[in-house]
Design a protein around this ligand. Sequence first.
Ligand SMILES: Cc1cc2nc3c(=O)[nH]c(=O)nc-3n(C[C@H](O)[C@H](O)[C@H](O)COP(=O)(O)OP(=O)(O)OC[C@H]3O[C@@H](n4cnc5c(N)ncnc54)[C@H](O)[C@@H]3O)c2cc1C
Ligand code: SF4
Length: 460
Amino acid sequence: MKGPRVVMPVLDKVIRRSNFEEVACGYSLAEAQLEASRCLDCKNPRCVPACPVSIDIPKFIGELIEGDLDQAYYTIYDANILPSVCGRVCPQEKQCEQACIVGIKGEPVSIGALERFLGDYSLENNVLRETKIIENNIKVGIVGSGPAGLANAAEMRRMGYSVDIFEALHDFGGVLKYGIPDFRLPKDIVTTEIDRLKDMGVRFHKNVVIGKSITIDQMMNEEGYQALFLGSGAGLPSPLGVPGENLSGIYYANEFLTRVNLMKSHKFPESATPVRIGNKVAVVGGGNVAMDAARTAKRLGAKEVFVLYRRDMDALPARLEEIHHAIEEDIDFRLLLNPVEFIGENYRLKQVRCEIMVLGEKDKSGRRRPMPTNTFKTFDIDSCVISIGQRPNPILKESEADLDVDQWGRIVVENHQTSIPGVFAGGDVVSGAATVILAMGAGKDASIEMDKYIKSKQSE
Ligand SMILES: Cc1cc2nc3c(=O)[nH]c(=O)nc-3n(C[C@H](O)[C@H](O)[C@H](O)COP(=O)(O)OP(=O)(O)OC[C@H]3O[C@@H](n4cnc5c(N)ncnc54)[C@H](O)[C@@H]3O)c2cc1C
Ligand code: SF4
């Protein structure tokens, strides 16, 4: 059995509650090599197929041990263009690390932390993977600059295509910029990893809302794009649908996090967009988004922040690390509670009334279903952040009648191609809210189909 994991240092829990500094501090070279030495270099590594983008994990770990850090970085980069991002936010405990053989009798190798170390090493030392591009001068367009669009852009560019990314917002990166807070993912890291795509020749266009500024049809039939990739994500919040939801003081998580992350509302009046949360904040939901909202509220100065979740602690869908950090930061978990009404005074939120739940039989997700009890609890609150899921924005569908979507507004694809010939899609807009690496995997896989489609059209 291998020894224990090398623990990654973290910022002091008292200090970090009042700032947006990154919590996890990363390994030093010595720590990374010590952790890497726990890998058994398996002949049939179970970790690789468990990685949605198939990084050759034992290879990069071996190169790291040998001290060939540049090559170790290249090994990752060839499969994943955002190692510093993914090393920080991927749910490795449910993917590569869950499959790692060392984990059978002890703790698995910290694959994510090693990936992060090498990504950061390359950014700090300006180590760049040279990409030889043989231009084919064929234009392809990408809608959305989140992980799905970025991964698709990199692959198309590597194949020689002339690539344009169109982004509705004024900054690139999708959820990596507007959703995940700085204390988990510093924005300069996202910017630098994206800049590497600019260096490859990918052209980025901001403040362009496809479906409003220009339509899919115009792009394909007037602007000369031979194929499009729709990676427009799932940015539309799901409402709770309870009385009082329109009171002042209630935010949806995406809106709340965008105000802080992208509009820097915590720097008001230096920034133009304020956010008022008061002292008592309830966050509804139990996923990563809810943890981010709760920890952000704490950093904005709220004295009491609690998470309202309708199941128990074991069923929380957020990453274990995020739950652990939230508890350390004094976020309170009020479980088996389902908000049924918001109560206000003069249009301003004052209270949330919750029904007490019990757990029944397992549902389709394999978790025990929360059941109402007809008993209630009421909490005084100043604001509430609702974080119970996101759906795709309907703009693309509204502007393109031929684009098939399902009942939840997700784009329907077959082999990554939508109902419109030459228009492909992937990431959250197809799967619904999922993960960064699954979105990247979809963007990469779609690039293969786009290349095949364009080549078959040319040979007609
Ligand atoms: C707060 C939060 C925390 C999360 N934490 C994690 C985590 O820890 N780990 C993890 O793996 N996943 C996490 N996720 C999920 C993950 O971020 C998403 O699954 C992933 O970003 C999806 O990538 P995407 O490229 O499909 O979409 P997005 O990242 O949503 O990017 C889509 C982009 O398309 C743009 N766009 C939309 N419509 C148009 C249009 N009509 N024209 C032009 N541009 C358009 C949007 O502005 C956006 O920039 C989190 C999500 C949120 C919201
Ligand atoms: S499964 Fe674990 S031990 Fe085996 S190669 Fe992968 S990381 Fe190393």
